[in-house]
Design a protein around this ligand. Structure first.
Ligand code: FCB
Length: 441
């Protein structure tokens, strides 16, 4: 890979990311049912009806997995703690769950790695889904109770705490497009979820501050919204998409308002008195996490209901997900975040990576496309720093092949290959290439 530590500012952190439900093995340790378990148990939602009950068995193999991270020469580990493991019924603490994260934290620190925790990476306890999940304002407040319990146990040892991972996926992808749990396609549910997930962030910030936590922020995902043509209709459709995906959450969290292009369709469906929550939502954060993967080409579609749009397949090279490879988009969002929203606040690339149809051949996995992908996105990050964005770290998604949500175990994002029959871990060529880039002086 064509970069080294010397290309980045002193103290820049290189890391890898994972998420609890995708790797731990949710069947262990007294964790409660989540809306992902029930979504996966419903025909047609997840490839081969797979779920996270065993996943990578990280619950039992975390020491080995952390060794892999350390041996790659990485500095930091972004992981998430599971609400349904800590509170199986959404309200009662499971001591076994807290103990697991206590052991995990110690193991991260013992290796000299910096722990970057995410509090919600999507496994909502089913008991709360029964009460409307993110459509229900109360879920945001219950989230605060979980935040308090887990923070009390491990918070003071965290280098960084993010409230929510990718609120766009939690709300729009899951309640409007129906691709993720709970699999709804309803604009009223969407508007409520898009607001309540922001409120959950605000509520978490309030609780974290009350417990004296610093280094608290949020992880947002961004996708470059490219208009299919220069026609006024296509440009307007792309601007609406940009507002729904790339502005709603960051503008809510940093400025306490929502973009007008998005409100134009959502306002009639918003919960009553939503404006009263904007102060809680927009309290100061300490960092912003940026997840970035691809761009989307948007055309106006007069036959569709609001937001009157459709996606067009683009011409660029694609990953195993069918996502176009567009590193310029990462530069765009890092510089735009600094310029329009967070100024000098630290920014982290909290996820970036690609899925590939990796195969083990003679005990090795050759993934040159992934090496190129990482190099190109590292260079985009470096350029964004040169252009004024205070980017302080880069986390590859993901350390391990894992449960890729609706795609089950079919899509492989790891630097380390996992054989899901034997659970054997085998580092891919990209793992060794990254290790050698990081050790270069
Ligand atoms: C992000 C998610 C992560 C993983 C990657 C590929 O949207 O945060 O869990 O699924 O995409």
């Amino acid at each position: 890979m064509d970069f080294s530590r010397a290309d980045f500012p002193d103290g820049f952190l290189f890391g890898a990311a994972t998420a609890a439900y995708q790797i731990e093995g949710h069947g262990f340790g007294g964790a409660g049912s989540t809306h992902w378990d029930t979504f996966a148990a419903t025909p047609g939602n997840v490839v081969r009806a797979e779920n996270g009950s065993l996943a990578c068995d990280h619950y039992h193999r975390y020491e080995t997995d952390l060794d892999l991270l350390k041996d790659a020469g990485l500095d930091a580990y972004r992981f998430s703690t599971s609400w349904a493991r800590v509170m199986p019924d959404g309200k009662t603490v499971n001591p076994e769950g807290l103990d697991f994260y206590d052991r995990l934290t110690d193991a991260i620190l013992a290796r000299g790695l910096q722990p970057f925790q995410t509090l919600y990476h999507w496994e909502l306890p089913s008991a709360l889904a029964d009460q409307g999940g993110w459509m229900n304002r109360d879920t945001a407040l219950r989230f605060g109770d979980y935040v308090e319990a887990i923070t009390d146990k491990i918070g003071s040892r965290m280098a960084s705490i993010a409230t929510i991972n990718e609120p766009w996926c939690v709300s729009y992808l899951s309640h409007f497009l129906g691709h993720h749990a709970p699999g709804l396609r309803d604009i009223r549910a969407t508007a409520r979820a898009m607001h309540h997930i922001n409120l959950a962030h605000g509520e978490a910030m309030t609780r974290l501050r009350a417990q004296g936590m610093k280094n608290c922020g949020i992880v947002l995902n961004f996708e470059y919204a490219q208009a299919a043509s220069n026609s006024a209709d296509d440009l307007a459709a792309a601007a609406t998409q940009d507002a729904l995906y790339n502005k709603w959450f960051i503008q809510g969290v940093t400025q306490g308002s929502y973009p007008k292009e998005a409100l134009s369709g959502l306002e009639p469906h918003m919960p009553a008195n939503w404006q009263d929550d904007m102060t809680t939502i927009s309290q100061p954060i300490d960092f912003l996490g940026v997840n970035y993967y691809t761009r989307n080409i948007i055309a106006h579609d007069p036959t569709a209901a609001w937001p009157h749009q459709k996606s067009i397949v683009g011409p660029l090279d694609k990953t195993q997900m069918g996502w176009e490879i567009y590193p310029q988009g990462l530069h765009h969002f890092l510089t735009r975040a600094a310029r329009d929203y967070v100024g000098d606040l630290p920014i982290f690339v909290s996820e970036n990576g690609m899925a590939w149809d990796d195969h083990v051949e003679n005990g090795a996995i050759h993934d040159p496309a992934r090496q190129q992908f990482i190099t190109d996105h590292m260079n985009a990050t470096k350029d964004a720093i040169a252009d004024g964005a205070n980017v302080q770290g880069f986390f590859y998604w993901s350390l391990l092949d894992n449960f890729e949500w609706a795609f089950g175990y079919e899509k492989r994002f790891g630097m380390v290959h996992v054989d899901f029959e034997t659970l054997q871990r085998t580092p891919k060529t990209s793992y060794y290439a990254l290790k050698s880039a990081l050790s270069r002086v």
